[in-house]
Design a protein around this ligand. Structure first.
Ligand code: ADP
Length: 496
């Protein structure tokens, strides 16, 4: 990043606009003033050559003279046709400054010869004031137009004489002479120049004003967004990225993106704070208990009981669970966790977990039923699926109602197997339902020991479901209980 070396956007746009305007003006000047003469000349030469071709094609036509008159009028040119003995057979003299009608015979003879030598086509350019004095005229071969022999081009009102030898049907030769002025009229050129001067002045002024306005309008919102982004970088998540007007779609999009980014960052930030609060709370409680019970057993005789040791063990395992959950979620989220997909019996897995789990919770009067009528096989990561079942079951046991009952049911629907874990607890309010799968989300934010876990369980479960492309969800009614369910493709079904 070298901000001191790069030009600000505003000035950049400004200069580019000015350069553009300058290029346009220079082009206009070059074409209108510098090349005007030669453009005009080229066009005239083209016109006159075309006219001569038309005459050649119609040399035998009855309407030749009418055609010639109309060609001459249209092209603003004079015309003279001579036969082989240089007698004038047709003459159209419509221009006041025509040269061909003033040429002495010997010049016409010369032209005739040159035309013959030039392969039937010949061009000469005269300046009007010089054509009578031909003694100092020099031939000057022009490579582009071998037949063009400019005599004395300077000055305004140069005159082009074009000669062409044509043959009629009976083989008779004629010399067609065409004559046209090939320099634009002085007055026209002057008008153009004056106009161009005015246009240039207006253009320069306009370019400056427009460049200023445009560069300001583009730069302003970007400068504002930049300021807000700096605020955001310093941790101010309320930075305002909205830009007025929003004339430029890209700028509006940028502002929306940054707005979104700042909201996401602020979410991450509050999650981070919550995590620290939750984890430190969750760590502190078991640690306090462990230390407390440890000290009590050390200091007070008779307190060294099995129950107290059990409390220490329980708290330590709660800590382990918490640490494992945090590790799990970060591994799952970073995507480094590789799933080991194998075929196994989902039914048998649930039965096994249930046997182990029941032994733990039946002491406290909990009953967990498992309803199934098939032994279903699935393709999944067995350890991860066990984690899912354990999490759902654990939640259900933790949140179930007074009757302390939890029901797990496994149903086969077509080629899919659906597992439901139902409790009879307080249920989850509809407004909380979309969030319970989020990290650290706890419906009841106050920590009740024994009941509340890490807030990570369902988030881990969600990750695992998504990795297995399972369908999953929760149905819940306040006061009646909740049913957490998921569906996977059944790869093998055996009746029990
Ligand atoms: P925790 O470790 O806090 O249980 P979870 O991610 O497993 O975290 O669950 C998130 C939140 O969803 C819980 O704090 C709880 O409020 C709610 N919840 C989960 N399961 C149930 C259930 N069976 N009944 C009622 N609420 C539940």
């Amino acid at each position: 990043m070298k901000p001191e070396k790069s030009m600000s956007l505003k000035w950049n746009v400004f200069f580019q606009f000015i350069v553009f305007a300058a290029v346009v003006l220079v082009c206009l000047w070059i074409f209108q003033i510098v090349f005007l003469d030669s453009f005009y000349k080229q066009i005239k030469i083209h016109e006159i050559r075309k006219a001569s071709e038309t005459i050649e094609h119609n040399i035998d036509s009855e309407q030749l003279s009418e055609l010639a008159v109309s060609i001459a009028r249209e092209g603003n040119m004079c015309m003279a046709v001579y036969d082989a003995s240089l007698n004038e057979v047709m003459s159209i003299d419509i221009l006041p400054d025509c040269v061909i009608h003033k040429l002495p015979d010997y010049v016409i003879g010369e032209i005739y010869e040159k035309t013959g030598a030039g392969g039937g086509e010949h061009m000469e350019i005269f300046s009007r004031e010089a054509f009578f004095d031909r003694s100092d005229m020099e031939d000057d071969d022009d490579d582009d137009f071998p037949q063009v022999i400019p005599r004395r081009e300077g000055g305004m009102g140069a005159s082009l004489i074009y000669a062409r030898i044509v043959k009629d049907g009976s083989g008779g030769e004629y010399l067609v002479l065409l004559n046209s002025t090939i320099s634009p009229v002085n007055a026209t050129v002057n008008t153009l120049r004056t106009q161009l001067l005015i246009i240039t002045a207006i253009m320069i002024l306009l370019a400056f004003v427009l460049a200023l306005i445009i560069s300001k309008r583009i730069a302003k919102p970007i400068v504002k967004i930049n300021e807000s982004a700096k605020q955001l970088a310093q941790g101010d998540y309320d930075a305002d990225f909205s830009v007025n007007g929003g004339e430029y779609r890209e700028i509006t999009e940028l502002s929306n993106t940054l707005d979104h980014a700042s909201r996401e960052l602020s979410k991450v930030e509050s999650l981070r704070r919550e995590l620290i609060a939750n984890v430190s709370h969750d760590l502190r409680t078991p640690l306090t208990l462990i230390t407390g019970y440890g000290e009590m057993m050390r200091d007070i005789p008779g307190e060294n009981t099995a129950e107290n040791i059990q409390i220490i063990i329980d708290e330590a395992s709660h800590l382990t669970e918490l640490v494992n959950d945090v590790l799990d979620i970060s591994r799952l989220q970073s995507g480094e966790q590789v799933f080991n997909i194998e075929r196994f019996s989902l039914t048998e897995m649930i039965e096994e977990i249930l046997t182990r789990y029941n032994r733990l919770v039946s002491r406290d009067g909990y009953t967990i039923d498992f309803e199934r009528s098939e032994n279903v096989f699935i393709d999944a990561d067995e350890t991860r699926m066990a984690q899912v079942i354990y999490n759902l079951m654990n939640n259900a046991v933790n949140y179930t109602g007074e009757d302390r009952r939890v029901r797990i049911s496994q149903k086969v629907r077509g080629d899919r197997v659906r597992v439901e874990v139902t409790d009879t607890g307080a249920g989850i309010a509809e407004k909380d339902l979309p969030y319970i799968w989020d990290r650290y989300y706890k419906v009841d934010k106050t920590h009740k020991r024994g009941h509340i876990g890490t807030g990570l369980g369902l988030s881990i479960v969600k990750h695992i479901f998504e990795q297995h492309k399972a369908r999953y969800g929760v149905e819940s009614e306040l006061g009646k209980g909740s049913t957490f369910w998921f569906e996977l493709e059944a790869k093998g079904i055996k009746k029990i």
